[in-house]
Design a protein around this ligand. Structure first.
Ligand code: PGA
Ligand code: ZN
Length: 388
């Protein structure tokens, strides 16, 4: 039974305030901290400043004391009903998610990875890691994240080791050639190379290290309402061709948000052309909403969906989004946010949902370490086989 709840304002990895909820039961204290995004989708749940989100906490606390934490789904319904706006604009998606995840952790006595019925067997996701960055995260490239995917790793520890080695080698090479500028908020390198030269450089790295290459275009950030902020490819048709050309020339395995968040049609056209050999991934396109994912499955807009629980506000709605994707064979990619905390629940969720991939930046070692820890803890383990 939930005996009490507390809410703390703590600091995220970028030094900004965020929320941590604590739930007390007969079995102990269980907590969860929540991240924020920087390049957010328009349909995301509202992330209120912590001092505002705190205002609804007394009501949430009163409504939850005495409830059974094992009924975490019922708790999430209570959070949705108490908010009553459909996008958590009253109580804050950040408050809702902190409470939701702390209660789900309590329901499993800390083993959140068991929340989807897991017991002794699990498949582990391959990390998708931002190596060179730009866009809204800082850096000169228009496209936001140039991603490396160590698909041959035989364990989470091996994946982490490979990524850390590549990260050091990329930094050294950019520095020695005089291109290095620094690091951005996800700890990806920033450089003077433009988008095409970044892809030239990283495709060689991907070849040398036998990894796959991806891009998060985060194209909503480039969209003005009429065209894209992309030199020589501002018009939607020219921009589509630029994405196709990058996919072909650099053998991209993973293309996230190549178009702005309401252009389901362009996504469908791209997915029809590439979807048999590459992942076309919707992030801002879906905002982890089951209804938008179902729209995507009907129009065959993508063959994969990013899953970010703070885009919807509760674990229950996150689970609905995962089921919507799964029901039509869409792959899921649980993902960190750019303003993270050391809390590693996204790693537990990727394991519980059997995700083939997980997106984690190299500024966020606790989430890699959690995968390494679970690999040791669970009796029967194996790496997921990414599609293709
Ligand atoms: P975020 O988005 O900065 O909002 O976390 C990163 C992404 O687009 O994947
Ligand atoms: Zn994205």
């Amino acid at each position: 039974m939930i005996q009490d709840l507390r809410l703390l304002t703590v600091f995220n990895l970028l030094g900004k305030p965020t929320l941590k909820a604590k739930v007390f039961t007969e079995c102990g204290c269980f907590s969860a901290s929540v991240p924020s995004g920087t390049s957010k989708g328009a349909c995301e749940a509202v992330d209120l400043p912590p001092h505002k989100a705190r205002k609804a906490f007394p009501q949430i606390r009163k409504g939850l004391i005495g409830r059974d934490e094992k009924d975490w789904l019922g708790v999430d319904s209570f959070l949705q009903e108490t908010d009553g706006t459909g996008n958590f604009s009253r109580i804050g998606g950040n408050l809702a998610l902190a409470v939701s995840l702390a209660v789900a952790r309590a329901a499993k006595e800390g083993d959140l990875w068991k929340v989807n019925g897991k017991g002794t067997k699990a498949q582990f996701p391959v990390p998708v890691c931002n190596m060179i960055g730009g866009g809204k995260h800082g850096g000169l490239t228009r496209w936001q994240e140039f991603l490396v995917i160590p698909h041959r790793a035989r364990s989470p520890a091996e994946a982490m080791k490979t990524l850390a080695e590549i990260w050091s080698a990329v930094g050294d090479e950019l520095r020695s050639k005089g291109f290095l500028l620094g690091r951005n908020m996800e700890n990806a390198w920033t450089s003077e190379l433009d988008d095409a030269r970044t892809l030239d450089f990283l495709s060689q790295v991907a070849h040398d290290w036998d990894t796959r290459l991806g891009v998060d275009f985060a194209a909503s950030s480039l969209w003005s309402g009429k065209g894209y902020d992309m030199p020589g490819a501002a018009k939607p048709d020219a921009y589509f061709d630029a994405v196709m050309e990058a996919a072909r020339k650099y053998k991209l395995f993973y293309l996230e948000d190549p178009f702005h968040e309401n252009d389901f049609r362009a996504f469908s056209d791209l997915n029809a052309k590439l979807g048999r050999k590459a992942l076309v991934v919707g992030d801002d396109l879906y905002c982890t909403m089951a209804s938008r994912i179902l729209e995507g499955t009907e129009s065959k807009a993508t063959n994969a969906a990013i899953i970010k629980p703070n885009q919807v506000g509760t674990l229950k709605q996150t689970t609905e989004a995962v089921e919507a994707a799964r029901s039509k064979g869409m792959a899921i990619v649980p993902s960190h946010r750019s303003a993270e905390t050391p809390d590693h629940w996204i790693s537990d969720l990727a394991v519980t949902f059997d995700a083939p991939l997980i997106k984690i930046g190299l500024g966020d070692i606790p989430k890699y370490n959690r995968l390494i820890e679970l690999w040791e803890e669970i009796a029967e383990v194996g790496m997921a086989k990414p599609p293709f």
